[in-house]
Design a protein around this ligand. Structure first.
Ligand code: ADP
Ligand code: F6P
Length: 328
C-alpha cells in the first residue's frame, strides 16, 4: 500500500443519521492504526470554512459507537457553494497539512467534495450517511436501518390504537425525494397502501378498495405516505381526497418527523458504518479518491462521486406488487 496521505480530516455533512458516530470512530481509529494524523472538522463544510478543526485521538471516539447524532455535529453550509468559501476552507486545511478527507454525508456533500478536489489538490473519499437510502452504488446507507426500525416501532404502536378504535390511519414518513423508508416500513407493518414519489398512485383505485373494504366492515386500514410524494400533498392531502369520497370514514393523520433521524443505531448500521469507515481510510491511503465507499452483495465497492451524486436508486417494481398482494 503506497502511503500518499499523512494527515486526514473527517467531517459529517448534510442531515445527520444514526451510525455516523460509528463511522467517525472507525475512520479515526483506522487512520491512527496506519500512522496518520486525524483531524475532526466540526459542522461539515461550515467548520472547514470557519477553521473549526481539531486533532483527534483514540479516546476522542471512545463510547460513541452506540450514540445517535454526530459528535462532529453537522450543517448545511451556504458559503461552500461559492468558490470563495471553498478557497477559505482549503486554506484552513492546507495550513495544518491536511492532505485527505473523509466525508460522511449524502449526495450533496459528495458534490461539495468533488468541487473542492477539482479546484485544489485534496483527495476525498465519501461514506454514504443518510436515512433516505437514495444513493446509487450501495445496498446500505448509514442510518437507514435505524430509521426504518424506528418508523416500524412507531407504526406498530399506532396500529394498536387504530385497531382498538376501528380507524384508518395515514402515516407520513421521511425520505426527502425517496420512498424507501415508506416502502420498507410499509411492508414491515402490513400497510394496505404505500404512496411514494417514485411511482404514480392510482388514487381512484385506492378509494375503490377502501369503499369495498368498508362494505365488508373492514375499517382498519393503514396508508403510509412518503413525505416526498407531492402528487397529493403528503398525508394531509391524501386524507383530504379520501374524505371527499368517504366523508363518514373515521381517519387520523400522523407525521412521524425527526424521531426517525435520532436514536441509538441498530447493529446493522454500526457494522456497516465500521466497515465503511475502515475502508474509506484504506482507500485514501491506496491513492483512490473522489469515490464513495459502498457495499453491494456484501462486498465493498467504490462509486465515483460523479455517479453517486447524480444518480438515484430505483424502486424495484416487484416490491409494489408484494404490497398489493399481501394487503389483499
Ligand atoms: P446531503 O449531503 O445530505 O445531500 P446537502 O445537499 O444539504 O446534504 O449538502 C450538504 C452540504 O454540501 C451543503 O450544505 C453544501 O455545503 C455542500 N454542497 C452540496 N452541493 C454542493 C455543490 N454543488 N457545490 C459545493 N458544495 C455543495
Ligand atoms: O435527508 C435526511 C432528511 O431527514 C430527509 O428525510 C428530510 O426530508 C430532511 O432530511 C429534513 O431536513 P431538516 O432536518 O433540515 O428539516
Amino acid at each position: 500500500m503506497s502511503n500518499k496521505v499523512t494527515k486526514i480530516g473527517v467531517l459529517t455533512s448534510g442531515g445527520d443519521s444514526p451510525g455516523m458516530n460509528a463511522a467517525i470512530r472507525a475512520v479515526v481509529r483506522t487512520g491512527l492504526y496506519y500512522g496518520l494524523e486525524v483531524y475532526g472538522i466540526m459542522r461539515g463544510y461550515q467548520g472547514m470554512v470557519d477553521d473549526d478543526i481539531f486533532p483527534m485521538e483514540s479516546k476522542s471516539v471512545a463510547n460513541i459507537i452506540q450514540r445517535g447524532g454526530t459528535i462532529l455535529k453537522t450543517a448545511r453550509c451556504k458559503e461552500f457553494y461559492e468558490p470563495e468559501g471553498r478557497k477559505k476552507a482549503y486554506a484552513n486545511l492546507k495550513k495544518r497539512g491536511i492532505d485527505g478527507l473523509v466525508i460522511i454525508g449524502g449526495d450533496g456533500s459528495f458534490r461539495g467534495g468533488k468541487k473542492l478536489s477539482e479546484e485544489f489538490d485534496i483527495p476525498s473519499v465519501g461514506i454514504p450517511g443518510t436515512i433516505d437510502r437514495d444513493i446509487v452504488g450501495t445496498d446500505f446507507t448509514i442510518g437507514f436501518d435505524t430509521a426504518v426500525n424506528t418508523a416500524v416501532g412507531a407504526i406498530d404502536k399506532i396500529r394498536d390504537t387504530m385497531d382498538a378504535h376501528d380507524r384508518m390511519f395515514i402515516i407520513e414518513v421521511m425520505g426527502r425525494d425517496a420512498g424507501f423508508i415508506a416502502l420498507h416500513s410499509g411492508i414491515a407493518t402490513g400497510a394496505e397502501h404505500i404512496i411514494i414519489p417514485e411511482r404514480k398512485t392510482d388514487i381512484v383505485e385506492v378509494i375503490k378498495s377502501l369503499q369495498e373494504k368498508e362494505k365488508r366492515k373492514k375499517l382498519v386500514n393503514l396508508i403510509i405516505v412518503a413525505e416526498g410524494d407531492d402528487e397529493f400533498g403528503g398525508a394531509v392531502g391524501v386524507n383530504n381526497i379520501i374524505k371527499q369520497h368517504m366523508p363518514d370514514l373515521d381517519t387520523r393523520i400522523c407525521v412521524l418527523g425527526h424521531i426517525q433521524r435520532g436514536g441509538s443505531p441498530t447493529c446493522l448500521d454500526r457494522v456497516v458504518a465500521s466497515r465503511m469507515g475502515y475502508n474509506a481510510v484504506e482507500c485514501l491511503i491506496s491513492g483512490a479518491h473522489n469515490v464513495m465507499i459502498g457495499i453491494k452483495e456484501n462486498r465493498i465497492n467504490h462509486t465515483p462521486f460523479e455517479k453517486a451524486s447524480k444518480l438515484k436508486t430505483r424502486v424495484n417494481e416487484e416490491w409494489m406488487k408484494i404490497v398489493k398482494i399481501l394487503a389483499s
